[in-house]
Write a protein that binds this ligand. Structure first.
Ligand SMILES: Nc1ncnc2c1ncn2[C@@H]1O[C@H](COP(=O)(O)OP(=O)(O)OP(=O)(O)O)[C@@H](O)[C@H]1O
Ligand SMILES: Nc1nc2c(c(=O)[nH]1)N=C(CO)CN2
Length: 197
């Protein structure tokens, strides 16, 4: 069984609702959806991916990708921000204005966020965790952090370093279960290995 199907079962998510959310994102964004080629600049670069447990460690990589609410913990504009839009839409609009490429993820449980965020941003890369279509992409992964790392891998990062990834640190059981999947996916992709995290 593919990982996505295992995740659907594990959490009781619905593929149909994920797909409906992705179609809604497409409808609301239309030709404001960016081609994935805007991410090609990653090729050959060292990439830092910043996760939710980030505590200000210094970053030396050429490209910085923030994941989800981790963006609230950095004091600079990342090159790319990958999110299922739990952050305030004003933050997302402001990041875009300041040159950050937004990678916005549609899933069955963030339909209200799609309706709220898509109208207030200009252009963005849209993603789904189900079947991709028509400029709604699936670069792999599940949580914001592992999706960000898989995106870096897909676009040919020379090296990927994770900051703020602590797979044991969560304030509720669902979050902990999500982090377990993130770890599993990152290990399977060879982005982390052994007893890391
Ligand atoms: N201890 C941690 N707490 C939160 N996130 C973590 C942690 N360790 C790694 N991460 C990664 O950092 C990402 C961004 O963290 P954040 O706290 O914003 O989570 P989130 O917005 O709830 O993410 P998601 O919606 O993907 O669950 C997560 O998606 C996860 O992949
Ligand atoms: N349907 C659905 N998909 C997801 C969800 C979620 O809560 N529901 N959460 C995610 C990362 O937090 C990623 N994908």
């Amino acid at each position: 069984m593919e990982i996505y199907e295992q995740i659907l079962r594990d959490f009781g998510f619905s593929r149909e609702e994920d797909e409906r959310a992705a179609r809604l994102m497409k409808e609301l964004a239309g030709d404001r959806l960016l081609e994935s080629s805007v991410l090609e600049f990653i090729r050959g670069k060292s990439v830092a991916v910043i996760g939710g447990a980030y505590e200000g460690e210094s970053i030396r990589e050429e490209v910085v990708i923030t994941a989800g609410k981790a963006v609230n913990k950095v004091n600079f504009v990342p090159h790319i921000h990958v999110t299922d839009m739990e952050e305030d839409e004003k933050i997302l609009a402001s990041l875009e204005e300041r040159g950050c490429i937004l990678v916005l993820h549609a899933h069955g449980d963030n339909v209200e966020r799609i309706k709220r965020v898509v109208p207030v941003v200009q252009r963005f890369v849209g993603t789904t965790q189900s079947t991709p279509f028509d400029r709604i992409y699936n670069f792999g992964g599940f949580t914001d952090g592992d999706r960000a790392a898989l995106l870096a891998k897909k676009f040919g990062a020379r090296r990927i370093r994770l900051y703020g990834f602590d797979f044991e640190k969560a304030d509720n059981p669902v979050k902990l279960k999500k982090l377990k999947w993130a770890k599993f996916i990152l290990e399977r992709e060879g982005i982390i290995w052994g007893p890391v995290g």
